[in-house]
Design a protein around this ligand. Structure first.
Ligand code: E4P
Length: 217
């Protein structure tokens, strides 16, 4: 499973990149607003922090304007992945962009039928929002399992990019189902390393080691 950092915060992306666990980045208009940075400028900087895809989202709602925005965004760097909403205009834009080799992430996916359309439009990634799905009384993991099954039935190459990840269990369950990517705040990804028994084990080993009076270096 690949890990994308779901943030536009440079420091957090650098920290995750330094662990070797970063495979790409996703942003959205809210995350850009939160960063307080200029969209084009911060996206360019993020693209330099990873070789993986960096999702940058269009804000237009109609296909012709989405295409113009995408044109500008994809000129930022070779690893820009254009993010479009799961609407008919978004799907038209996806088809046109992927047709000439541009990576596209179809976002705001809340049903398996929507994911089917994204795959048919040639999406590189589809982003089902599991956290927001859960918030509204549905089961985000049922959605991931349904999409996995449909994509496998027809051998679609669109990657399932689990988004709106809130906690470690979302990542665990998505990995068990076979989702391709999880995008999450870096602290959620780093948190996967934590276990109370690991901490306790280290404490015990160090105590016994100190008693030997030896040193490795
Ligand atoms: C990712 O591409 C999405 O923009 C993001 O995961 C949304 O997460 P949220 O529901 O926590 O805002």
């Amino acid at each position: 499973m690949k890990f994308f950092a779901d943030t536009a915060e440079i420091v957090a992306i650098k920290e995750l990149a330094a662990t070797g666990l970063l495979d790409g980045v996703t942003t959205n208009p809210s995350l850009i607003a939160k960063s307080g940075r200029d969209f084009m400028e911060v996206t360019k900087e993020i693209c330099g922090l990873t070789d993986g895809p960096v999702s940058a989202e269009v804000v237009a709602l109609d296909h012709p304007t989405m295409m113009k925005e995408a044109e500008k965004l994809r000129a930022i760097a070779d690893n820009v992945c254009i993010k479009v909403p799961l609407t008919i205009d978004g799907l038209k834009t996806c088809k046109a962009l992927t047709g000439d080799g541009t990576m596209v992430n179809v976002t705001l996916c809340f049903s398996a039928n929507q994911a089917l359309l994204a795959a048919k439009a040639g999406a590189t990634f589809v982003s089902p929002f599991v956290g927001r799905h859960d918030d509204n009384g549905f089961d985000g993991m049922d959605l991931i399992a349904d999409i996995r099954r449909i994509y496998d039935n027809y051998a679609f190459s669109t990657e399932i990019l689990v988004a709106s990840v809130r906690h470690a269990t979302h990542i665990l369950e998505s990995a068990k189902i076979g989702a391709d990517v999880a995008t999450a705040p870096p602290k959620v990804i780093m948190g996967l390393a934590n276990h109370v028994l690991t901490d306790k084990g280290i404490e015990g080993f160090l105590k016994d080691w100190e008693a030997t009076g030896q040193s490795i270096l």
